[in-house]
Design a protein around this ligand. Sequence first.
Ligand code: GDP
Ligand code: MG
Length: 161
Amino acid sequence: MQAPHKEHLYKLLVIGDLGVGKTSIIKRYVHQNFSSHYRATIGVDFALKVLHWDPETVVRLQLWDIAGQERFGNMTRVYYREAMGAFVVFDVTRPATFEAVTKWKSDLDSKLTLPNGKPVSAVLLANKCDQGKDVLMNNGLKMDQFCKEHGFVGWFETSAK
Ligand code: GDP
Ligand code: MG
């Protein structure tokens, strides 16, 4: 006899400035690979990560990648619609991309609220930590403080490489 089967589908956004590694993070997580070949695609792309959460539960994460639209500044409401969470990514080697994080967060919060009226959960990703230039990362306490002040649920250092 088959066990009861629960399926959940969550739309997650991956946002941040051009070149911070959004596409690379998604590729690494979903396809376990990395390419240093730079290719800025145009349009919206998404990848599906299937998690066998427990024997009865399948979780499907639909990771939305903004491809090439970063340069136009504001994302549209249509893109954010019905997302359950977001990753805001910056590049630890480029301080300007960290400064843009608050811009991305407020763009998100101004266009999207959950059905319960709360802002969508957002996690901050400090990408390219393999580069060793952790100018911004030298103080974990500061990052915790930053997350509190700007409404991020937490932050992680990541490397898609
Ligand atoms: P996007 O514009 O935010 O989607 O950024 P991409 O994923 O296209 O990455 C931009 C460039 O940074 C590419 O050349 C990637 O190979 C490189 N890159 C992305 N993530 C990392 C990382 O974690 N470490 C290093 N060293 N390079 C990365
Ligand atoms: Mg990209």
